[in-house]
Design a protein around this ligand. Structure first.
Ligand code: 6GU
Length: 226
């Protein structure tokens, strides 16, 4: 799978994704990533990318005649083009799973007060938000979407790790608690059941812990499930 990110701040996106599991997946060739400066398509000597809104008002608006060639430069016949803005569809695990089936995702990071509405109307396939709060731009959203999507791709996580038995997967619950050595630290003991060697009882205990935690911190998820 290939990701192409269009942004006014390439370093914000490039740096974090070259690290950690995703960085290793890029090096190993499981994932391809391009990060592109929208300003390369800016207008005139100052490479202008925005202008004042028609009808008046505060803030600047990103120009459609800048974003159009920026998208066209990376678009392929099989591309899915996503625009990040606060009014987009909320990103979740199900959307990550859908994106992970696609060959090519183009991620357009908005900035300023907004983006000329003709971009949404004519140039992108869908708009996405990562939550109900306002960011200064779509860069953090792009990082979230690339990370959550890429880790679902074959080979990206080590084979010891499974993306399928964790929070928000098909089980619809949050994860059970994990423990490792030492068995006791400052008087804080690991639950005895995990040291019992009885895998059936361990599994049942973990399912109950996951259910109870979901009920306590995310009753909305618990309800969705039943
Ligand atoms: Cl995708 N963009 C901006 N600017 N703010 C956001 C967002 C996106 N998602 C949540 N807040």
């Amino acid at each position: 799978m290939r990701f192409d990110v269009l942004t006014l701040f390439p370093d914000m996106v490039e740096g974090p994704l070259r690290h950690s599991m995703i960085g290793r997946a890029l090096e190993a060739g499981h994932v391809e990533l391009g990060v592109h400066d929208i300003r390369a398509h800016g207008l005139g000597r100052h490479r202008t990318v925005d202008d004042a809104p028609f009808g008046g008002g505060s803030g600047m608006v990103m120009r459609v005649d800048v974003l159009d060639p920026a998208i066209a430069a990376v678009r392929r016949p099989d591309s899915h083009v996503v625009l990040f803005e606060p009014s987009g569809t909320r990103f979740d695990q199900r959307m990550a799973e859908r994106f992970a089936t696609l060959p090519h995702l183009v991620l357009v990071c908005g900035h300023y007060e907004g983006i000329d509405a003709r971009v949404r109307e004519h140039l992108v396939d869908e708009t996405v938000s990562i939550g109900d709060y306002v960011l200064t731009g779509g860069e953090y959203a792009a990082l979230v979407v690339v990370d959550a999507t890429a880790r679902l791709l074959p080979g990206v996580l080590g084979n010891a790790t499974s993306a399928s038995d964790e929070s928000f997967s098909s089980s619809g619950t949050l994860e059970y608690p994990h423990y490792t050595r030492p068995r006791e630290y400052r008087g804080w003991a690991v639950p005895d059941i995990l040291l019992s060697g009885n895998h059936g009882r361990v599994d049942a205990w973990r399912r109950e812990q996951a259910r109870a935690r979901t009920e306590a911190v995310r009753p909305d998820l618990a309800r969705e499930k039943s």
